[in-house]
Ligand binder design. Structure first.
Ligand SMILES: [Zn+2]
Length: 441
């Protein structure tokens, strides 16, 4: 008993000493502050954020690197929700025999002159007034690309193909910090606000002289020199007005067709014919050589043929900025024919965001081709590039009738919209004063 009492005492004493030591030791340690954020549990069926959805869809739907595949599938028009009534798209060429080929001299048509410039205010005055049941609530001015200053988000990586018909395979030809908004009053396929310029076969990106110009994609320099010394194709009288030009034959094609890009008006050329280049390589510097209204790079995308007339809209090939999408649209009459040269207005909450115009496509009988080509993937007649993701209204006025569509622009992809004069819902009395089918406004 005595012995166990002593042992118990010793244990208690040892325990007390240990506790005391532990207390002293702990109080000598530096204090560590740990803050645990009070998170909220993620519900199992939570909707993932937009960027996650976009990223996942890109990873799943990204196309393999483009190649020239002679066995590529033929034309696949975009899948659209059915519109009433479904009419085939018919582009009626002019009767070749009825056209006096010799009377067509495209060299006579002027390029934009240095004095020809249009401000957004001036453009607003030449837009057709909004008529119809839901007119725009007094646009307070053009917002959008012309007002982007100092900040541009980074562009998407190429190749980018969120939709099966997307082919954003090219980097933009100017630095991310430079202006890549094409002149809104002289878009691809336009003949200018006063219909007095040549139909535009590319897009113009006005920038300071000396800014680098980058190759849109990899390939071989097919031509580097003054446009007067021939760029190839059928219309040699065109090329002197391009000034210093670089033309690239790309490593990739599209649906069995070769692709070229052309960069014009350079102040300096930094590559040589035959040189192999990669996407983004500097091929020259911005300049104002040839016929220009100011220093800019004119970029063309040629498909199928290295020819002035075999051009498609570059805005469907250049990857948009992150968080931005591209709108491709089709404006048609009741029977599906394209409406030419009509102003397309993109607005948000009643404010005009951007305007463009539908392609002018005079048939060139001498060349047996159209002036500019709709994209084989989209069959569009207007494109708006780099539109911030969001909800918009897109509208046109044809024969005094305003047609508007709501559109949600998704980022990193092409967003298709169709605007068509609707057939009358009920049979109408026969009107002998039928408007001319070629009328456009
Ligand atoms: Zn141009």
């Amino acid at each position: 008993m005595e012995r166990s009492h002593n042992l118990q005492g010793l244990f208690i004493l040892a325990a007390l000493i240990a506790l005391g030591g532990l207390y002293l030791w702990q109080n000598n340690q530096p204090t560590i502050t740990v803050s645990v954020p009070a998170g909220s549990p993620t519900p199992e069926n939570a909707t993932p954020p937009d960027w996650q959805v976009a990223l996942e869809s890109q990873l799943q739907a990204s196309t393999p690197l483009p190649t020239t595949d002679p066995n590529a599938t033929g034309f696949m028009p975009p899948t659209l929700p059915p519109t009433e009534p479904a009419t085939p798209l018919i582009i009626e060429p002019v009767d070749v025999d009825s056209v006096d080929v010799d009377s067509i001299d495209i060299a006579e048509t002027p390029w934009p002159t240095p004095t020809a410039s249009v401000t957004p205010d001036q453009l607003a005055t030449i837009q057709p007034s909004a008529a119809g049941p839901t007119p725009l609530s007094s646009p307070t001015g053009i917002i959008g690309p012309t007002q982007i200053e100092g900040y541009q988000p980074p562009p998407e990586q190429v190749p980018l193909s969120s939709h099966a018909n997307d082919h954003f395979w090219m980097v933009r030809p100017v630095d991310a910090s430079a202006n890549s908004a094409s002149l809104f009053y002289y878009p691809f396929g336009s003949d200018g606000p006063q219909n007095e310029w040549r139909v535009h076969h590319g897009v113009d990106m006005p920038n300071d002289i000396g800014e680098p110009i980058h190759a849109g994609g990899s390939g071989v320099v097919a031509f580097a020199g003054n446009g007067a010394n021939v760029v190839g194709g059928t219309d040699l009288d065109i090329y002197p007005s391009y000034g210093n030009v670089v033309l690239i034959e790309h490593d990739f094609g599209y649906r069995g067709q070769k692709i070229w890009t052309l960069y014009a008006h350079m102040s300096a050329i930094t590559v040589q014919q035959g040189q192999r280049i990669q996407a983004g390589d500097v091929v020259g510097l911005i300049g104002g050589t040839g016929d220009v209204s100011g220093p800019h790079v004119h970029m063309e995308v040629r498909m199928g043929e290295n020819d002035y007339f075999a051009v498609v809209n570059p805005l469907l090939w250049i990857a948009p900025y992150i968080g931005h999408g591209v709108i491709a649209g089709r404006v048609t009459y009741e029977d599906g024919r394209f409406v030419e040269d009509v102003v397309v207005t993109l607005s948000q909450e009643g404010r005009v965001y951007e305007t463009t115009s539908t392609y002018v496509q005079p048939y060139m009988p001498g060349a047996q081709i159209w002036h500019v080509m709709p994209d084989p993937a989209w069959d569009e007649n207007f494109v708006l590039g780099d539109v911030p993701a969001g909800d918009y209204t897109i509208s046109v006025t044809i024969r005094g009738q305003r047609i508007a569509q709501e559109i949600t622009v998704k980022p990193s992809t092409t967003n298709f919209v169709s605007l068509s004069l609707a057939f009358p819902a009920t049979p109408q009395a026969v009107d002998t004063a039928e408007p001319s089918p070629t009328e456009s406004d």
